[in-house]
Design a protein around this ligand. Structure first.
Ligand code: PLP
Length: 282
């Protein structure tokens, strides 16, 4: 693969980042993952806007303007002939002598790489995934998309060791979100429930699009927290993320959700998301 490091395009074996990089030493970095379908970027403006916000919240100087950001995303797709998969972008505060205090004049490190992945024909979208609930032990600024991903990584690993696909995280008795996705249920009355935005969850770009589509389709939406118990009693459940799109959740803590098959509203939203976002891909 050809990767991007600070303005250079290099074979992955030749790309280098300093051992003093604060992304490496302190997880002092933010990232974005953008899906690519048919060589085009899905929901790119949303990802670019969230990146800017994450950088601002951490006072990392934005090293690229919006046009250059789009240009390098397009170039990496072309240079790698990527048809379907994802683009990973990371911006760290850059290298500095190891000190907890932020450096005065940071020189951010920008890296991008691509990963091929079947997104549309993901077999999990047919069967749904199983999740287990686990305590949410992340820090309190989950609205910032940082590379501090050790706990989500532990949660996902524990879920797979227990034979599940992923973890839904729980704080003060309520589901926050998935290890790398937002979480939703559909009640027996057909109402779509997902936690409202706050510092407790990441404002998913897919979440914003899916909620718009649901409202446009006349599906009642309630942005509020729900408990694992309410989720287990729900008619349907699903998660959303840039590379999972709308992913049916058919088991929670071992018990089937509804019929145990992907629900009708979930499937409708997945189809609507694919149609709408592909039509708007750039
Ligand atoms: N929540 C968390 C913790 C995530 O890591 C992600 C994506 O990776 C999401 C939600 C979904 O966000 P998006 O739809 O922007 O990919």
């Amino acid at each position: 693969r050809i990767v991007y490091v600070n303005g250079e395009w290099l074979p992955e074996s030749e790309a280098k980042v300093s051992v003093f990089d604060r992304g490496f030493l302190f997880a002092d970095a933010v990232y974005e993952v953008t899906a690519v379908i048919g060589g085009k970027l899905i929901d790119f403006p949303g990802h670019a806007a969230r990146l800017k916000r994450s950088l601002g919240e951490l006072k990392i100087p934005a090293p690229l303007d919006a046009d250059s950001l789009l240009d390098i995303h397009r170039q990496i797709v072309m240079r790698n002939k990527l048809d379907e998969g994802l683009i990973y972008l990371q911006i760290s505060r850059g290298p500095a002598d190891r000190d907890f205090e932020f450096p005065k004049n940071p020189v951010p490190t920008i890296t991008l790489f691509t990963q091929a992945k079947a997104i549309l024909a993901n077999p999990k979208a047919e069967t749904g995934i199983s999740v287990i609930t686990m305590p949410d032990l992340r820090w309190d600024r989950r609205d910032i998309k940082t590379v501090q991903l050790l706990y989500p990584s532990i949660a996902k690993t524990e879920a797979t060791h227990k034979g599940a696909d992923d973890a839904w995280l729980v704080e003060d008795g309520y589901v926050t979100e998935g290890s790398s996705s937002n979480a939703y249920i559909v009640t027996n009355e057909g109402r779509l429930i997902t936690r409202s935005l706050s510092t407790a969850i990441l404002p998913g770009i897919t979440r914003a699009s899916v909620l718009d589509l649901a409202r446009g389709a006349g599906i009642p939406v309630e942005e509020r927290a729900f408990t694992p118990e309410e989720a287990r009693q729900a008619a349907e459940a699903f998660s959303t993320s840039a590379t999972g799109f709308v992913m049916p959740v058919t088991r929670i803590d071992g018990a089937p959700v509804g019929t145990g098959k992907p629900g009708a509203i979930t499937e409708r939203l997945r189809a609507a998301y694919i149609e709408d976002r592909l039509a708007n891909a750039i």
